[in-house]
Design a protein around this ligand. Structure first.
Ligand code: SF4
Length: 91
């Protein structure tokens, strides 16, 4: 079983409207590319026009983005509140 299949069985309880991660509005794209490459959930994306698109839903709470860009792009990084966030299932 590959990693994508394993990740696919996790459940997410998304705290709509209350992001646990917030990023800078116009990040350096060079810096952003690190996050595109490193986020295991692929949440740091760019649209067809090249604009930055980040969605906290689907976050695995690994902390990689905070460690890489916590002083540049990632302005806020908290664990989700209470019962929200990822539920790992290890399929
Ligand atoms: Fe991606 Fe991990 Fe950051 Fe969540 S904590 S957005 S999974 S790098």
């Amino acid at each position: 079983v590959n990693v994508d299949v394993k990740l696919g069985v996790n459940k997410f309880f998304v705290d709509e409207g209350n992001p646990h991660i917030e990023i800078a509005e116009n990040p350096s794209l060079q810096e952003y590319a690190k996050l595109e490459a490193a986020c295991p959930a692929g949440l740091y994306r760019r649209d067809e026009k090249g604009a930055v698109r980040f969605d906290y839903a689907g976050c695995l709470e690994c902390g990689t983005c905070r460690i890489l860009c916590g002083k540049t792009i990632v302005k806020r990084w908290e664990y989700p509140n209470g019962t929200f966030g990822v539920e790992f299932r290890y399929g």
